[in-house]
Design a binder for this molecule. Structure first.
Ligand code: NZQ
Ligand code: ZN
Length: 399
């Protein structure tokens, strides 16, 4: 097990109806709130109304910024940051999926520094991110997730897209840890079948990435990971069959938070190559992050993990999908088959062509993955350094 320091400063309030306490909780941290949310769903589902009612009841002054798009863009963040400054907000409240929560973290940063967010984005051409990350100063942030997927509600990361540059990458830093996360599973009842499934794949991927690439002497972490993966698989299916099953939604939400809060990967480490390869896809084609991961995972397992760490893939299969083959190579094949059949079962199995990707762009996207995520190297970190040619082969397999 590797050395590690784990600090999770986010207070978590979990449970049915807890959203109604928003006003009282927010009051502890600020006087004027910028409420950051997406363009449609929180109005349609009534969650925005629940939050604003609670703020009003508690006498909290607020301004709503409801312009965050899925795969949030740098220009939207800059606009939000400017509004926060003009309105003299001293707290950012995020309501929505990973996109609204990530945008909130970025807005909290820009509101303090008045610098455009693209300067902070890791791997950006300006190179300024080398000085600006990790982010030490931002307005306090409170999160209310409405979709179980990213874990952004209680971690210090955000992913922002510079659409002009076709760059999607992360910002991070201690100032981005939300002060409090209010996790009310009932807010996720209305998530569509496709986003429920994509979200389950996202949390599953957050779990398998470090499990595949990290230190192999971290059994506690591995068993935590396997337990969480089993829950993602089990409750995705229940939530799809019964969208208002509280227990299923509660398990999915808590699994997604725990998957990326730092506990599973502490002492294990390990890069997240599939995430980096996916981020290029959503930077170029604006597709759902979880769907991109579902498309890429079978190719990654077949082309990279089956060769580099077959025993890890075999273990995942045995622990999560009840694979019984004793021979690792046979267990790997059975695991990939079981994974694909889970993706098909929950309706997230897909191809690049089907989500609109053009074949002639694959080579450029493979090169862009290395440019943005390679941070000056000619490869990205994985079980072995992955080159543009290897990334291209993965894209081609799932085209
Ligand atoms: O667009 P709105 O109106 O907000 O509606 C959203 C959106 O269209 C809708 N939605 C959310 N909650 C709903 C709902 N619809 C009905 N009922 C509800 N309760 O769902 C759509 C997708 O929402 P989005 O926030 O984009 O999805 P997700 O939570 O998957 O977030 C994806 C973003 O997070 C980043 C991704 O790259 C992507 O940009 N990630 C952030 C991470 C982090 N901060 O740690 C890690 C992840 O690996 C990921 O990269
Ligand atoms: Zn993810």
């Amino acid at each position: 097990m590797l050395n590690f320091t784990l600090n999770i400063p986010t207070k978590i309030i979990f449970g049915k109806g807890e959203v109604s306490r928003t006003g009282e909780i927010v009051k502890e941290y600020g006087k004027k709130v910028l409420l950051v949310t997406g363009r449609t769903s929180t109005k349609k589902t009534g969650s925005l109304n629940k939050v604003t009612e609670s703020l009003k009841e508690a006498g909290v002054d607020f301004v709503v910024f409801d312009q965050v798009e899925p795969n949030p863009r740098a220009e939207t963040v800059d606009r939000g940051g400017q509004i926060a400054r003009e309105e003299q907000c001293d707290l950012i409240l995020a309501l929505g999926g990973g996109s609204a929560m990530d945008a909130s973290k970025a807005i909290a940063t820009v509101a303090v520094s008045a610098r455009p967010i693209h300067e902070y984005i890791r791997g950006n051409k300006t190179g300024l991110w080398k000085e600006l990350l990790p982010i030490q100063e931002a307005l306090p942030i409170i999160t209310i997730p409405t979709l179980a997927a990213t874990g952004s509600e209680a971690n210090s990361n955000a992913v922002i897209t510079n659409w002009e540059m076709k760059e999607k990458s992360g910002i991070a830093g201690p100032a981005l840890f939300p002060r409090t996360a209010i996790l009310d599973p009932e807010l996720t009842y209305t998530v569509s079948a496709s986003y429920t499934a994509d979200g389950a794949v996202d949390m599953f991927t957050h779990l398998y990435e470090g499990y595949m690439t990290g230190d192999e002497n971290a059994n506690v972490q591995d068993e935590i990971t396997e337990g969480l993966m089993r829950n993602a698989v089990k409750y995705a299916k229940t939530a799809l069959n019964h969208p208002e099953d509280y227990n299923a939604r509660a398990h999915l939400l808590w699994t997604s938070t725990l998957a990326l809060i730092g506990i599973a990967n502490a002492g294990r480490g390990g890069p997240f190559p599939v995430h980096q390869i996916e981020h290029t896809l959503s930077a170029h084609y604006d597709i759902s992050h979880g769907r991109g991961l579902a498309i890429l995972t079978p190719a990654y397992f077949r082309q990279i993990i089956k060769k580099d760490r077959p025993h890890r893939l075999a273990r995942l299969g045995r622990q999560v999908f009840n694979i019984t083959q004793e021979d690792d190579a046979a267990a790997c094949d059975a695991t990939i088959e079981a994974l694909v059949s889970w993706f098909k079962d929950i309706g997230t199995y897909d191809t690049l062509k089907n989500v609109g990707v053009k074949k002639e762009d694959l080579k450029l996207m493979a090169e862009e993955t290395i440019r943005v995520s390679g941070l000056g190297q000619d490869s990205i970190a994985a079980t072995h350094p992955l080159t543009a040619e290897e990334v291209l082969r993965m894209y081609e397999e799932v085209f």
